[in-house]
Ligand binder design. Structure first.
Ligand code: PNW
Length: 483
């Protein structure tokens, strides 16, 4: 690994739940089986295969047809929690509030949830993991039309609570709104890659998409609390991703401010409205001006009412970066708070050893600091809803199984959680590794493998990697022990 930090295997709380995460489009396959409609990902991966490493997920891990085997595998690995997402276009093929429901799609998720519950594995369900029904994008631009999307998302959420809420105790509305706003509507590296089409406005659209997500989330949190929570007794929140940022030049006040501002632009953008029930951060207003939408007075009321109902902060975290302030004035299409980010600082020091993805470097100290940052700002219990990494050379089964790099990464990041809990007083309640199995990594196709289980994409055979056994054993040994 080339990292000088040893894994210490520090203790973790008795009731600390561990599990694994996936997302529908990345693992299910069965792209048009049993009446499933298309999502923007089905379209994007076929129309523009060059944007997705030449690959699509029509078959992927074929989890849709191998689900019983996959649930048995989870049970054999001692997994206690399984975070998965529902494919909206599998349960409502055209997606809209007046469109028909697909009973076969509902039956698949009912069967999955029943099998999990039968093995004592707790389902954590994400409603939206990037796969907007294509029909909604065609009708009104999907997330770009706030009012239409809110109404359609509310109907879809109500269907899911009604169908599955008697057995699902933890819900996530949206996965990583930052990524959907920026990568799918500004950089265009994720579906629908909207910004690459004629007549788009990348100066305002990413912020409108974020606005739509925030209001849709708020509606559904309030709906769950009023209509479902009293009988179903579960909880609900959102999942936000974000790097931790260190200053590029630690001696420069401007870079120190830049690192702080970058996190506000990344995490505060969504975290402040959701968990504090208030407007976008002031730094964002001052840099983005009228490009950032306004919350109407009645929308501010909704945010305020919903804020305390978000039961946990779902944190997806992988790595740390350096932030450097750019020279003034900011570019007129600036979206970062006038910041440039890098993996190397002013002294040429790398933030940590690289994984198979250049941006994903091993930096557990940044993770510990981020847990503290979120706790201090929002004071809500944190669940790490994704963390993991791809190793080099994992196409080869023998290399994949002997995944020392990943075991070391996971060990170091678990130690960071332990320190956050016991030394810094942060409430961290659970940990879900990304991912249960190798899968379709969006624009990188089947290149990087994040699984703790190897998938042979020819035979679809699953083989647990040593990291899976490491996690099973580490959670047996380390919980509740004093050290
Ligand atoms: C997450 N970044 O995405 C997603 O929730 C998963 O679906 C995905 O497979 C996983 O992380 C691994 O990439 C991210 O650039 C994408 O910082 C990009 C970033 C972070 C998370």
């Amino acid at each position: 690994l080339g990292h000088d930090l040893p894994v210490e295997e520090l203790r973790l709380p008795e009731d600390f739940g561990w599990g694994a995460a996936t997302a529908a489009y990345q693992i299910e396959g069965a792209a048009s089986q049993d009446g499933k409609g298309k999502s923007v990902w089905d379209t994007y991966s076929h129309l523009q295969p060059s944007r997705t490493n030449g690959q699509h997920a029509d078959v992927s891990c074929d989890h849709y047809n191998r689900m019983p085997e996959d649930v048995d595998l989870m049970a054999s690995l001692g997994i206690e929690v399984y975070r998965f997402s529902i494919s909206w276009s599998r349960v409502i093929p055209l997606g809209g509030r007046n469109d028909p429901v697909n009973e076969k799609g509902l039956a698949f998720y009912n069967d999955l949830i029943n099998r999990l519950v039968a093995r004592g594995i707790k389902p954590v369900v994400t409603l939206y993991h990037w796969d907007t029904p294509q029909a909604l994008y065609d009708r009104y631009g999907g997330l770009l039309d706030t009012a239409e999307f809110r109404a359609d998302f509310a109907r879809y959420a109500r269907l899911c609570f009604t169908q599955f809420g008697d057995r699902v105790r933890k819900w996530v509305t949206f996965n990583e709104p930052y990524i959907t706003s920026i990568f799918a509507h500004l950089n265009g590296t994720l579906a629908p890659g909207h910004c690459r089409e004629a007549g788009t406005d990348t100066k305002t659209e990413p912020w409108r998409v974020g606005h739509t997500i925030l209001l849709s989330h708020t509606d559904v949190v309030l709906m769950y609390a009023c209509e479902f929570q009293p009988s179903q007794k579960g909880d609900i929140s959102i999942v936000l991703n974000g790097h931790f940022y260190e200053p590029f030049d630690a001696g420069s006040p401007a870079d120190r401010a830049a690192a702080k501002r970058r996190m506000v632009f990344y995490i505060g953008w969504f975290g402040d409205p959701v968990f504090l029930g208030r407007d976008y951060p002031a730094e964002m207003r001052s840099y983005l001006g009228s490009r950032l939408p306004e919350f109407m007075p009645e929308e501010r009321d909704l945010l305020r009412q919903a804020a305390p109902l978000n039961a946990f902060y779902g944190m997806n975290h992988y790595s740390t970066k350096y932030a450097r302030k750019l020279s003034e004035p900011p570019a007129e299409d600036d979206w970062t708070g006038n910041i440039e980010e890098s993996s190397v600082n002013s002294e040429g020091k790398e933030v940590g050893p690289a994984s198979a993805m250049g941006w994903l470097r091993v930096a557990p100290e940044g993770f510990r600091k981020l847990l503290g940052w979120v706790w201090e700002r929002y004071h809500v219990p944190i669940i790490v809803t994704e963390n993991g990494c791809p190793c080099v050379g994992e196409d080869d089964l023998a290399t994949a199984v002997d995944d020392k790099f990943r075991q070391r990464y996971l060990g170091l990041y678990l130690d960071a959680i332990s320190r956050a809990i016991y030394e810094d007083g942060v409430a961290v309640k659970g940990y879900y590794v990304w991912s249960l199995m190798d899968n379709y990594e969006w624009s990188a196709g089947y290149g990087p493998r994040y699984g703790i289980v190897h998938v042979d994409y020819e035979t679809l055979k699953r083989t647990p990697k040593n990291s899976a056994l490491y996690l099973r054993d580490t959670f047996k040994r380390r919980r509740g022990v004093s050290s």
